[in-house]
Design a protein. Structure first.
Length: 548
């Protein structure tokens, strides 16, 4: 059963937490995500845990419990300690979540990474987080090892599938995971509010890639808010389709909440092309999914959507960018009974920030009781307390993250002097406290399911000896989201070609960060009164220029 907005999910999580605290006698255990997962897996061992739609492999809570406790035992036997780091970069097969759960049992940090990244990008990640183990697919082992070599560090590399050059996941469990029976396994004791759970890639409120740290309390409090439209617990719905890659917070949300709320995950180890998603929906009939407006636009294309019967879906959550009336109209055409939730959120607040259940169309939502909100002038920090006046949205509350990993400068920049998180988004509110999105202060582009940092691309292009300055923005595309485009100012006397710029980016960055919007040469960039590049005007300029 669904409802526009309900506290039922919070009551269910509180009941689960109360049982855990009653057993342990430790009040803070109500936020210990590892204990919550263990308790839930043991409660219903025969429940269907997950399905890999690419292979039709299925898994129960019992199997997940056995493998995850065995993996945690392996971590202990290898000498991993509290708040050490592991990295997971893999497709959504049935083993991807196992080291994640094992880490949460022990207070080990889980860093999730895009499996398409190249040596240079992985080197930067590994240098920052210093992992003890990297879990990946066989096809990425060599790339991972090259990146680790640049870090001059010895790290265990485990391949989920067969590989001759490193230990496979099954052999890793056999070799190191013996010695503790499932029923005897005990998780580590720690303070959840002071224990990091996930290291999640994000651009934050600037365009620079960085790693947001979410602790156990952030996750235990923040994740349930996404399902405040459900009233039946456990099992608010039978089957949830996972469309997001492992590095996206939306996939982590489903990985955790599917166990705590006892619903089954439908995921896939194959690429989530429209055709594949159609086949998954037609074959398995999921009730719930989370998607982006760009991918949903592709799925609902007339002439293609007729391949799929969407009638099984009960709830769809859409987030990541603006949702148009036209898109919602197309959703209604394929399933008039579908409950559509449009979510405004950010990684640094562990997901959902505003609740759109009762807000008028065009609004990104209204405040939730668990958070504090204010609008402020991003330059003067003056609080804006009148309706219909734009300002930067700022937040406080238990779901707000505490820091970026190993980046005190960016952490300091993310909060104002009073400790409010600066979201980097300009909004206004009406007299009823419905909030409306105006623009982004932050620079992040989104190409399909991938975050793209303009600053990262700019840092590559500026190395060209003939480039004086460069600014990267995005050209909107209904299916892809943003197509990165580079506006280049050349050095006097240098003849720089479009091909040279594109080849430079191609040699340095992964496929999702390529200049699909093209390259244009300009004499100057539009600037603000403080002589910074005006990103809003830059985007508009890019639309008008001839690009190659």
């Amino acid at each position: 059963m669904v409802h526009p907005s309900s506290d039922a999910v919070l009551w269910h999580i509180q009941e689960l937490a109360a049982r855990i605290v009653a057993e342990s006698g430790i009040p803070s255990d109500r936020y210990h995500v590892g204990k919550m997962l263990l308790h839930s897996l043991r409660d219903a061992p025969d429940h269907l845990f997950q399905i890999d739609g690419a292979t039709d492999e299925k898994d129960t809570f019992r199997s997940a419990l056995e493998r995850s406790t065995q993996c945690a035992t392996a971590f202990r036997n290898l000498g991993l300690k509290y708040q050490d780091v592991i990295v997971i970069m893999a497709p959504n097969h049935i083993n991807v979540v196992i080291p994640m759960y094992a880490s949460l049992y022990l207070g080990i940090r889980v860093a999730v990474a895009d499996m398409t990244l190249g040596v240079n990008e992985l080197h930067s990640i590994f240098k920052n987080c210093a992992p003890k183990i990297v879990f990946c697919q066989s096809a990425k082992v060599e790339t991972v090892q090259q990146a680790l070599k640049l870090c001059n560090t010895s790290v265990h590399v485990i391949a989920f599938d067969e590989n001759e050059n490193c230990l496979t996941f099954s052999k890793f469990l056999d070799k190191y995971g013996r010695g503790t029976a499932v029923e005897d396994f005990k998780p580590a004791e720690f303070d959840p509010s002071q224990t990091d759970a996930f290291l999640v890639p994000t651009s934050g409120t600037t365009g620079l890639p960085k790693t947001a740290v979410l602790n156990h309390k952030n996750v235990a409090v923040g994740f349930p808010l996404l399902l405040n439209c459900c009233t039946k617990f456990p099992t608010p719905f039978e089957l949830a389709l996972v469309q997001s890659p492992v590095q996206w917070l939306s996939s982590t949300f489903v990985f955790i909440m599917s166990t705590l709320l006892r619903f089954t995950r439908l995921q896939t180890s194959s690429a989530t092309t429209p055709e594949h998603v159609y086949s998954l929906i037609n074959k398995y009939r999921p009730n719930f999914t989370i998607t982006s407006p760009t991918f949903l636009t592709t799925l609902l294309k007339p002439g293609a959507r007729e391949q799929c019967d969407f009638s099984c879906l009960e709830i769809i959550m859409i987030g990541g960018s603006a949702v148009t009336k036209e898109l919602l109209a197309e959703v209604q055409k394929v399933n008039p009974k579908l409950l559509v939730r449009v979510g405004y959120g950010l990684t640094e607040a562990t997901g959902l920030v505003l609740d759109s259940a009762y807000s008028p169309f065009g609004s990104v939502g209204a405040p939730m009781p668990i958070l504090q909100y204010k609008l402020a002038d991003p330059t003067t920090n003056e609080v804006i307390d009148k309706p219909n006046m734009p300002g930067e949205l700022r937040l406080k509350g238990p779901t707000v993250f505490q820091r970026y990993y190993n980046n005190p400068e960016m952490t300091a920049a993310a909060f104002d002097e009073d400790g409010w998180l600066k979201t980097g988004d300009i909004l206004y509110r009406d007299e009823y406290y419905n909030f409306y999105f105006c623009d982004r202060v932050k620079l992040l582009l989104k190409y399909r399911n991938h975050q793209v940092s303009p600053v990262e691309i700019e840092s590559v292009i500026i190395k060209h000896p003939g480039v004086l300055d460069v600014a990267v923005t995005g050209i909107p595309d209904a299916e892809c989201g943003d197509l990165p485009v580079a506006l280049v100012i050349t050095q006097d006397g240098h003849n720089v070609t479009t091909k040279e710029i594109k080849d430079l980016v191609k040699a340095s960055l992964t496929d999702t960060k390529q200049l699909r919007g093209g390259v244009a040469f300009v004499k100057e960039f539009p600037t603000t009164t403080t002589s910074k590049v005006d990103r809003v005007k830059l985007k508009e300029l890019a639309k008008t220029l001839k690009r190659e």
